[in-house]
Design a protein around this ligand. Structure first.
Ligand code: ADP
Ligand code: MG
Length: 703
């Protein structure tokens, strides 16, 4: 047996937890830290100095040599710039490791190369990082040594958000404030804040790294741009929840251990639907910590993979023809005195607070369906949404049979007297227990599904940060709560007013509810009849963040200014254009330098064979036919390649912005698809030995 792992002992070993602070800080400083964490405000510089010293001592005891302000610029991933604790030596040459409160609280990286969408020109390059005291500092053990990572927000000189964390934190404050008004109306005087909780389930692929490194598309684009389907895909459903192979198991074991040390509650692991696809889910936690931890999960997945000779692909669609990867974002709201606003209880039809919350969420999701859709878009996710493997690009809400029925009764009569019960599940086997089943089944096809005491936003892409989806969710629900509270706080007869409001919201917004098959063609038509937006791609979704409706929403709650939103729209276009540009260039390179030469060589071999066979006096019918077919496809491919080169050059010469992004989407992407088709057909025709890189079969079945 291998050594016994004491999980309780290693858990959060590399985190500067509240417990460690309590041990290491003087009582009054610890109290101040806790107060700022819970109620906001600022730490005094004197206290910050004490915290910094304690943090540094702990980090150094654990081998740290450097610290970094760890932040999340608009690249969607994390950024770090290491500074060692080394200080100026004294005159005798002795050096002491140092770290001040100022360095802890504030940083000023010259981070002018990050996307800022015009918010900051390089000549006004100042950007600041500010400590997010509510997300714990941690130690990253990497080849660089041990690095103390301090989660920070990243803002411009003028205070504009240049990152994903700042707006998220702002949205958390907004939802807390507005949700408090709601619970106060129902007599909850104890709660002092309402916390948005998030549990993000992370899907990923693992492939052999030696094979992956033979493919430029995996190296540069993170997804395959060519590749004929293997004879087998996922049709047997034998990978989903299947026995985890030893090599993958060893990876998961290591990954869990690394994550546990970092205080990430890695909880669930299993094989996913596609071959070589897997999933990891942590336990839910406060939204900003969950967002940070999801970044840590993605980073750790990649790092541990390298140690196992594997490559972790987080792209939403690494392989055509089998499922891509997403990230289910589970979201709920809980008061600090323990009430989950999304818990319907046993009798949701009588739970007025729950029904009000539900009606507000219906209103929020219906009113801002476009924003939610946008928050889950990135270039990779365009391949997934609406492709019958993930939710469609149309936002709708799944409530399940029981709640849908309650809503129906309320809309029709204003009352909901009856409740569909779950009933007993009988297995028909005397030795198996019968049990009470849930009143509601699940719906895999819904983008926004109620699952018991939380909503599961199932649209998010696997590579994307979950910051934007949760910022949007918090914002739109805060608005609905605010508008409801505005009415109800003024009402003379609260009971009557709340009853009317629930009925009004549910009636007005019931079109957002859909419990059927979201993958069906009928739904697309039905959604159109209902007037629900169907935004098919990232570039089309980008402008939703700058509509008057969106600006009003985000400005009202201080989450984004108009300038911040406009800059973000620009960045979305740039990001899309750059991504497709890299993909197109990679296809051009792989075609011209690898596929075409390989096929040309193969045709020569065939021609030589034809001649040899003919010389031997035998009919070379098959060889000639094959040579013909391959040559025709090769010509087709060459033509498609030339076309792609042409449109790519045109796109590259265009000015940055919306028009260019649309050109990439509408013209360059089409040309890429047109090149891929003959290339994949050729892969099926030619000798495997001449194909210049590993195939789908090699990659996803031989891990
Ligand atoms: P599923 O069966 O859909 O995988 P799970 O119950 O396993 O559902 O939960 C999936 C994710 O949802 C996990 O990260 C879990 O911690 C999280 N989750 C569970 N309850 C809540 C909640 N109340 N709020 C937010 N996330 C939650
Ligand atoms: Mg789930």
């Amino acid at each position: 047996m291998s050594e016994v792992l004491n999980v309780e002992e290693i858990f959060a070993k590399n985190v500067f937890t509240l417990g460690k602070m309590k041990e290491r800080l003087p009582k009054n400083v610890f109290k101040e830290v806790k107060r700022v964490m819970e109620q906001g405000g600022e730490l005094s510089l004197a206290s910050a100095d004490v915290v910094a010293k304690a943090m540094k001592d702990w980090a150094v005891e654990n081998g740290a040599t450097h610290y970094t302000h760890w932040f999340q610029p608009l690249t969607g991933i994390t950024a770090e710039k290491h500074d060692s604790f080394v200080s100026h030596p004294d005159e005798e040459g002795k050096m002491l490791m140092e770290f001040s409160g100022k360095e802890l609280i504030k940083g000023e990286p010259d981070a002018s190369s990050f996307p800022s969408g015009g918010l900051r020109a390089t000549f006004e390059a100042r950007g600041y990082t500010a400590w997010d005291i509510t997300s714990p500092a941690f130690l990253k053990e990497a080849a660089t040594g041990v690095i103390l990572c301090i989660p920070t927000a990243f803002c411009s000189y003028k205070g504009e958000a240049l990152d994903k964390k700042t707006p998220l934190l702002r949205s958390m404050e907004a939802i807390s404030e507005q949700a408090l008004r709601i619970v106060r109306l129902f007599g909850n005087t104890e709660a002092t804040k309402v916390v948005a909780s998030v549990g993000a389930e992370q899907e990923y692929f693992l492939v052999d790294s030696e094979k992956a490194l033979q493919r430029d598309d995996l190296i540069f684009a993170g997804r395959t741009l060519f590749g004929a389907p293997a004879p087998k895909g996922q049709e047997m459903d034998d990978h989903y929840f299947g026995v985890i192979r030893e090599r993958i198991g060893a990876y998961m074991k290591d990954l869990n251990e690394e994550l546990w040390k970092l205080g990430v509650t890695a909880k669930t692991q299993h094989n996913e639907a596609a071959p070589a696809q897997h999933e990891l889910a942590p336990i839910y936690e406060t939204a900003n910590i969950a967002v940070d931890h999801n970044q840590i999960i993605m980073e750790t997945m990649k790092r541990v993979a390298a140690k196992h000779g594997l490559r972790c692909l987080l792209h939403e669609k690494p392989f055509a023809g089998v499922n891509g990867s997403g990230k289910h974002d589970n979201w709920s709201l809980t008061t600090d005195n323990g009430v989950n606003l999304l818990d319907p209880g046993d009798t949701p039809n009588e739970n007025i607070q729950f029904l009000l919350v539900l009606s507000c969420i219906m209103k929020a999701v219906d009113t801002h369906a476009d924003l939610l859709r946008q928050s889950a878009s990135d270039p990779g996710n365009d391949h997934r949404l609406g492709a019958c493997e993930a939710p469609p690009a149309i936002i709708s809400m799944f409530l399940g049979e029981q709640l849908e029925d309650v809503v129906k009764q309320l809309v029709e009569t204003g009352e909901a007297h009856s409740l569909i019960e779950g009933g007993k599940l009988e297995t028909g086997v005397s030795t198996l227990p019968d049990f009470q089943k849930d009143a509601t089944d699940r719906n895999r096809t819904s983008p926004f599904a109620f699952t018991g005491n939380k909503f599961e936003f199932r649209m998010v892409g696997s590579a994307d940060s979950v910051a934007s989806p949760n910022t949007t969710l918090n914002a739109i629900v805060a608005e609905a709560f605010c508008e409801a509270a505005d009415v109800l706080e003024k009402a003379d007869d609260f009971a009557m007013a709340v009853h009317d409001l629930i009925k009004e919201y549910m009636t007005k917004h019931q079109r957002i509810i859909f419990n059927g098959n979201g993958y069906s063609e009928e739904w697309v038509a039905e959604a159109e009849r209902r007037g629900l937006p169907n935004i098919s791609s990232m570039v089309e979704a980008a402008s939703t963040i700058t509509t008057d409706k969106a600006v009003k929403l985000f400005e009202r709650f201080g989450i984004f200014t108009k300038a911040e939103l406009e800059s973000r729209e620009e960045i979305l276009y740039e990001n899309y254009a750059k991504t497709i540009n890299i993909e197109a260039l990679t296809m051009i390179e792989m075609s011209s330098k690898q596929i075409v030469p390989a096929v040309v060589k193969y045709t020569k071999e065939l021609a030589d064979t034809v001649n040899a066979v003919k010389a031997a006096g035998v009919d070379a019918f098959v060889q000639v036919e094959l040579l013909n077919k391959v040559s025709v496809k090769l010509a087709e491919m060459q033509k498609a390649l030339e076309h792609l080169m042409e449109v790519e050059a045109k796109a590259a010469a265009m000015e940055e912005g919306k028009e260019r992004a649309f050109y990439y989407r509408q013209v360059v992407m089409k040309a890429m698809e047109a090149l891929r088709t003959p290339a994949d057909e050729l892969e099926m025709m030619v000798d495997k030995k001449v194909w210049p890189f590993p195939t789908y079969g090699d990659l996803i079945f031989e891990v």
